[in-house]
Design a protein around this ligand. Structure first.
Ligand code: OKP
Ligand code: ZN
Length: 384
């Protein structure tokens, strides 16, 4: 399996966050992905670490608003120029809908860096440092490169030329951070700045499946099939992917499926009654878990949604928001999933039978993180 990874993702390293009212060391640490990368590197027959390309801002702006991107780029400098603490940008107030009834302020014209922080961020766990933009941009590029690779390896021209036959579905892993699934079009939160899964999804949907390899013959062919790809996002992070849900809430493609503890962070989203709206009605599926959920129960729920919803949807690609913070000892998440359980989860995802892009989201138990991720990926790649 090809693994996309970049050291630049390590540069984002806030010193702290405020967790349940306490100053704590930043939980989403750079070492998370170095530990995983080093572990996967020990199995060169299974994993190939690949470097990525730079696809620029266009794919990012297909999901995120211009003014938000401008904010992420400039927030730290403006904050420091305004006398802000060098450790980074953390909001002081939040734009809460309860204070807006009588406000006559033009919200498009907010100037103060403190006000902007409260406008573009929804919690206290998403500090913006000097390197945050560079690392987030890199995280998105790693993910975009992995998606492009998946398109390339599944394109008809590639398959014809290489006579390449596979029995099991193709998988690619974007080993990136900061993660993405809490980030919305114009707001960061929950360690997430750019929604990597949403960016990759949009790209995979819009690149025509019969012609994504700059194939000139195909470009000139009027009968060329220009239909969009259909895509499923399966979000197995312990937390609800509020950003991903919201971005695609009124679309029937992709189908968004999330298994999470819906009484935990981010608290205000993730209820099973959130089923999508308009064209998207029925295409947003939230499955709530209890903290007590053990391997067998988890696998049973996943199996049912795969059989009843994911397979009948008949997608071309699968994007997995891969969080392993459902692990039994995870410091901020944690159902009761075991390291062996992840192997079974990977194996069940394989049974969907689709070319799959795995994107790193959460998982914070540093001692076992690498084994849990390894197990999902090898469970996907092996017959067992
Ligand atoms: C990011 B991802 C609540 C902790 C809240 C932010 C958590 C962000 C999780 N106990 N802190 O989904 O793993
Ligand atoms: Zn999480």
């Amino acid at each position: 399996m090809k693994v996309f990874y970049s050291d630049v993702c390590l540069k984002h390293a806030p010193q702290y966050e405020i967790l349940s009212g306490n100053f704590v060391e930043y939980v989403e640490s750079p070492s998370r992905i170095t530990l995983i990368k080093e572990h996967l590197s020990q199995f060169p027959e299974k994993f190939e670490i690949c470097s990525h390309l730079d696809y620029g801002l266009e794919p990012i702006l297909s999901i995120h608003d211009n003014d938000y991107i401008e904010y992420l780029k400039t927030a730290y400098i403006e904050w420091c120029n305004d006398g802000g603490d060098k450790k980074g940008v953390i909001p002081e107030t939040f734009l809460h809908k309860g204070i807006l009834n009588s406000s006559k302020k033009n919200l498009k014209n907010i100037k103060s860096p403190l006000a902007k922080a409260g406008f573009y961020c929804f919690d206290l766990s998403c500090c913006i440092t000097e390197d945050t933009w560079e690392a987030s941009y890199e995280s998105a590029q790693v993910c975009i490169s992995a998606a492009m690779e998946l398109l390339k390896l599944t394109s008809e021209s590639y398959l014809n030329e290489s006579n390449y036959i596979r029995n099991s579905p193709l998988g690619i892993f974007a080993l990136c951070r900061p993660p993405g699934h809490h980030a919305n079009r114009n707001v960061c939160g929950g360690y997430c700045y750019l929604n990597n899964a949403a960016i990759a999804t949009k790209l995979l949907i819009e690149n025509n499946k019969k012609d994504n390899n700059n194939n000139k013959e195909n470009n000139n062919d009027d009968n060329n099939n220009k239909e969009n790809n259909k895509l499923v996002i399966l979000d197995i992070d312990y937390h609800h992917g509020n950003g991903t849900q919201d971005i695609f809430y009124s679309q029937s493609n992709p189908l968004y499926v999330s298994l999470h503890e819906s009484n935990d962070y981010p608290y205000f989203t993730g209820d099973e009654s959130e089923i999508g709206e308009g064209d998207g009605k029925g295409y947003n599926i939230n499955i709530s878990l209890k903290k007590e959920t053990v391997d067998d129960e988890y696998l049973e729920k996943l199996k049912i949604v795969i059989q009843d919803k994911i397979i009948p949807y008949n997608a071309d690609f699968l994007v997995v928001s891969l969080g392993v913070d459902t692990y039994k000892d995870d410091p901020i998440g944690g159902c009761q999933i075991t390291t062996l359980g992840y192997k079974r989860i990977g194996n069940l995802i394989k049974s969907i039978g689709l070319p799959t892009l795995f994107i790193m989201e959460g998982g914070y138990h540093l001692e076992t993180l690498k084994f849990n991720v390894y197990n999902v990926l090898s469970g996907f790649d092996e017959d067992e």
